[in-house]
Design a protein around this ligand. Sequence first.
Ligand SMILES: [Zn+2]
Length: 362
Amino acid sequence: MPAPLTLETIRTAPKVLLHDHLDGGLRPATLVELAAANGYDGLPSSDPAELGRWFATAAYSGSLERYLETFTHTVGVMQDRESLIRVASECAQDLAADGVVYAEVRFAPELHVIAGLDLGEVVQAVLDGFAAGTRAAAAAGHRIRVRALVTAMRQAARSREIAELAVRFRDDGVAGFDIAGAEAGFPPTRHLDAFEYLRRENAHFTIHAGEGFGLPSIWEALQWCGADRLGHGVRIVDDISLAFDGSAHLGRLAEYVRDKRIPLEMAPTSNVQTGVAESIAKHPIGILKDLRFRVTVNTDNRLMSGCSMSSEMSGLVEAFDYGWADLQWFTVNAMKSAFLPFFDRLKLIEDVIKPGYAELMQ
Ligand SMILES: [Zn+2]
């Protein structure tokens, strides 16, 4: 008998997370404590429960720009080495406790230099925090591997410097590079220099594209910049038309994305909050999965969305009636798409993911 699909059983299944923001995943209680310790007085509440609700409400505004504003507070308390270590360590522990076995967590070093840290010190603090969190998780019986993605902000002009950081720390736990921030008006081609540098260095990168903006953003990310993966990429559905008989016609860009197995880092709850999808049930992830795109499930911002990998998967099970085999498919997709050496990916799939789901499907 297969295990019933509940939030609790899904939590025990091995999961892989490729798109999670460090500054979007703080525990509300930690935010309150760090604000007090660091003299940050801008928090809307000093009660953790109330603060958690405030974030969720602010995040449900339906606009990506408004959504991004909530990060002022989290980034505000992450300006010194100790705070960065604590947040990164708790991140690794929280993911591990939720059954995540491999994660790439991203953060923008340039947002954490206000109190005097330099970019390299920010990266080192986060990596040290992941290492500490991984050890603590192992002591609690959860095995996880956490790697970092360094993010450059689209509206800023430091992408080349951040790309160089990704390469400098590539053997110390930085898996790759990303650009994030408001899409409209800030096309990824503004950062071509950084992407060309990364390609010359044989480095990996993903680009937030096709979230707040449509097909041109996805096209630029892939065909001008050379992204390995797409952050969200939800709007690729704009290049797909469905006939009354259920058959689908793919435009050339959608065909390309599917043919090349370009991973789509989708985060259903976050996409609903930013207005990219009307509801989980109407999220394009259902169609894209049916059409066998390389779809992955992600949290994006656990604090703002009040979610976890398990709750995202549970939401999809409810909306699309998915079974364990579907959840395994998402997980294997994500593992195949990780910025991790091939044999490491294979090992996690064969030794951890498949046996984990086999046990649940028995
Ligand atoms: Zn994101």
